[in-house]
Design a protein around this ligand. Structure first.
Ligand SMILES: [Fe+2]
Length: 125
């Protein structure tokens, strides 16, 4: 049984997929079950920690101290409202500065989720 927004990875070929509709089946790639990526909680003094700047009531900016090398980088940044609605996803090239601006007027609040090619999934919630 999968859950919406879960991220799975194939340890054989490195395919990464996100569930957009839940189902009873098991995700398989390269003949093996795909691995559910754990969501790690980022803390300060960690390169996966989201520094959130509230420009005003609506506009926000999130930055990371994470490096930008071909070998180790953040692949995407997401802002997600606490009621599960995507606000924005930004895909990054290997050497892009890890930051994203977005507009959020969500009364339910929001959290940030990132995917690092080496360290996996990190969330602020
Ligand atoms: Fe990382």
């Amino acid at each position: 049984m999968t859950k919406k927004m879960e991220i799975y990875k194939c340890d054989v070929c490195s395919n990464v997929v996100e569930v957009v509709h839940e189902g009873a089946g098991t995700l398989v790639c390269c003949g093996e079950n795909m691995k559910l990526m754990d969501e790690h909680k980022a803390s300060e003094n960690n390169a996966h920690y989201a520094h959130i700047e509230h420009i005003d009531d609506v506009e926000k900016k999130v930055t990371f101290t994470h490096g930008t090398t071909m070998e180790h980088h953040i692949e995407f940044i997401e802002a997600i409202s606490n009621d599960g609605v995507y606000i924005k996803r930004k895909y990054l090239k290997e050497t892009d500065k890890p930051e994203m601006s977005f507009k959020c007027n969500c009364k339910e609040g929001f959290y940030i989720r990132i995917y690092c090619n080496i360290d996996g999934v990190w969330v602020t919630k």
